[in-house]
Design a protein around this ligand. Structure first.
Ligand code: UDP
Length: 234
C-alpha cells in the first residue's frame, strides 16, 4: 500500500450521477463500494463532500442573496450529501462517523481534529461535512485543510474527468492530459484544478493532490495502490 491515510474529496455534482440536481442513490452506493474496497485493504480514509448538486453560494449571490447567508446554505447542503454517503457506507457494513464544521448535535459530531484521528485509527471512515465552516471558502479548501490537519498522505480529488488537461477537453480536441504537474505550473497556466486557496494550502504544506476519474469502477482502488492514473500535482 502506498498510502496509510488518504483524504478523498467528492464534489456534490459527482453525487448527481446522470441527474440534473440532487442525489443519485445508485451513484452514492457505487462510491460507497469503491471506498469500502480501499478501506478493507487497510487504508484509513477521510472524505470531504461538496454541496454543488444542491446549493452553491456563488450562484445564489448572483440572483441577489447575501453571499455569507448563501454560503451557509451551501454548507448545510454538504451535510445532506454527507448523510447520504454515511448511510450508503453503513448499509454495506462500514463503520463511519460524520463530523460537521457547523454544530448539528442531533445529526453528527462537531469537528474535533483529535477525535477524527482517533476514529481513523479505530477503523472508522470519517466524513467531514459543512466545509470549513466559514463562508467565502469552498469544500476543495476544506479538503486541503482537513487533509493537512489529520496528516493525510495525499488528497484524492475524484471528478468526472480523468485528470488535468492543457485545455478543456470538451471544448478543445487537441487538449492533452498531464500525468504530473508542479504547483508552480498550475499557477502559471491558470489551470482549473482546485481553487487557489486549496492549492496554496497544499503547496505550502507539501501535500500532493491527485485528480482522477472516480466514476470509472476500480479507479479509486488503483489510485490507492499507487498506480499512476489521473494527474499528480506536487
Ligand atoms: N461553502 C462555504 N464554505 C466552505 C465550503 C463550502 O461557504 O468552507 C459553501 C459555498 O457556498 C459553496 C457550497 O458551500 O458553493 C457548496 O460547496 P462547494 O461548491 O465547494 O461544493 P462542490 O463544488 O464540491 O460540489
Amino acid at each position: 500500500m502506498k498510502y496509510k491515510r488518504i483524504l478523498l474529496k467528492l464534489s456534490g455534482e459527482s453525487l448527481m450521477g446522470e441527474r440534473q440536481y440532487g442525489i443519485d442513490n445508485n451513484r452514492v452506493l457505487q462510491y460507497a463500494h469503491d471506498i469500502k474496497t480501499v478501506f478493507d485493504a487497510g487504508i484509513e480514509i477521510a472524505v470531504v463532500v461538496g454541496g454543488g448538486n444542491i446549493f452553491r453560494g456563488l450562484s445564489a449571490e448572483k440572483s441577489g442573496m447575501e453571499r455569507a447567508q448563501a454560503d451557509y446554505m451551501g454548507m448545510l447542503a454538504t451535510v445532506i450529501n454527507c448523510m447520504a454517503l454515511q448511510s450508503a457506507l453503513e448499509g454495506i457494513g462500514v463503520e463511519t462517523r460524520l463530523q460537521s464544521a457547523i454544530k448539528m448535535e442531533q445529526i453528527c459530531e462537531p469537528y474535533i481534529r483529535r477525535r477524527a484521528m482517533t476514529h481513523l485509527e479505530t477503523g472508522r471512515i470519517v466524513i467531514f461535512g459543512a466545509g470549513t465552516g466559514n463562508p467565502y471558502f469552498t469544500t476543495d479548501t476544506a479538503a486541503s485543510l482537513r487533509a493537512i490537519e489529520i496528516k493525510a498522505d495525499v488528497v484524492l480529488k475524484g471528478t468526472r474527468v480523468d485528470g488535468i488537461y492543457t485545455a478543456d477537453p470538451e471544448k478543445d480536441p487537441t487538449a492533452t492530459r498531464y500525468d504530473e504537474i508542479s504547483f508552480a505550473e498550475v499557477y502559471a497556466k491558470g489551470l482549473n484544478v482546485m481553487d487557489m486557496t486549496a492549492i496554496t494550502l497544499c503547496q505550502e504544506n507539501k501535500l500532493p493532490i491527485i485528480v482522477f476519474d472516480m466514476n470509472k469502477a476500480g479507479n479509486f482502488e488503483r489510485i490507492a495502490n499507487g498506480e499512476a492514473i489521473g494527474t499528480l500535482v506536487r
